[in-house]
Design a protein around this ligand. Structure first.
Ligand code: GAR
Length: 206
């Protein structure tokens, strides 16, 4: 039997506004080729976990600091991914780095949202507000967001979608972060989930 929808896991660390954007678009019928069936957080108190549970989605915590090693951390994630038959992992503000051993096992099966126009302000150490602090310190006039496949190079995988957002006079990192979320991230990530799942379904048919 050919699959009708791809099973999606969303990996989070914090507030989960990008997770919310995916769930909203799914409920509006704009994500038809995939379905979020699992949310994994590397932080116990992440608000994203409540968002998942409010939508009746299984939500699990795999805390890096409670694992003896990176290997154990990734084995626990892998266990959940296999148990739930996940086809696509979406890193939506997931701030732990996944090792090459892990990412190599899921080529084109992990995507990430990054809050800048890659290759600017990306790679190790660039996450969350730090990205916007660096963009403002450089004085760029446009920034934005990028959705890309995840490979062994942090923020180095093939780009799926990008959207530019204006930097405005007087922006703080928080104001710029919010504008990039509203104008770019919350649109691009749900679109990318649909596109990648739909492409995967087409591959199944061939
Ligand atoms: C988002 O801005 C996302 O792009 C960023 O963390 C934030 C998470 O917000 N991710 C990175 O910086 C990854 N390098 P959210 O929890 O509200 O979706």
């Amino acid at each position: 039997m050919l699959k009708q929808t791809m099973n999606v896991a969303v990996l989070v660390s914090g507030g989960g506004t990008n997770l919310q954007a995916i769930l909203d678009e799914q409920e509006k019928g704009n994500i038809k080729s995939g379905k979020v069936v699992l949310v994994i957080s590397d932080q116990k108190g992440a608000y994203a976990l409540s968002r998942a549970r409010d939508h009746g989605i299984r939500a699990e915590v795999v805390a890096r600091r409670e694992c003896a090693s990176q290997k154990e951390f990734e084995e626990r994630i892998r266990g959940l991914i296999e148990e739930c038959g996940i086809d696509l992992m979406v890193l939506a503000g997931f701030l732990s780095i996944l090792s090459e051993d892990f990412t190599a096992d899921y080529p084109k099966r992990i995507i990430n949202i990054h809050p800048s126009l890659i290759p600017s302000f990306c790679g190790r150490g660039f996450y969350g507000l730090r990205v916007h602090e660096a963009a403002l310190a450089k004085g760029v006039k446009v920034s934005g967001a990028t959705v890309h496949f995840v490979n062994e190079i942090p923020d180095g995988g093939e780009i799926i979608f990008q959207k530019a957002v204006e930097v405005e006079e007087g922006d703080t990192p928080e104001i710029l972060q919010r504008r990039i979320m509203e104008q770019a991230e919350w649109k691009l990530l749900p679109m990318a989930v649909e596109k990648v799942c739909s492409d995967m379904l087409k591959e199944e048919i061939q």
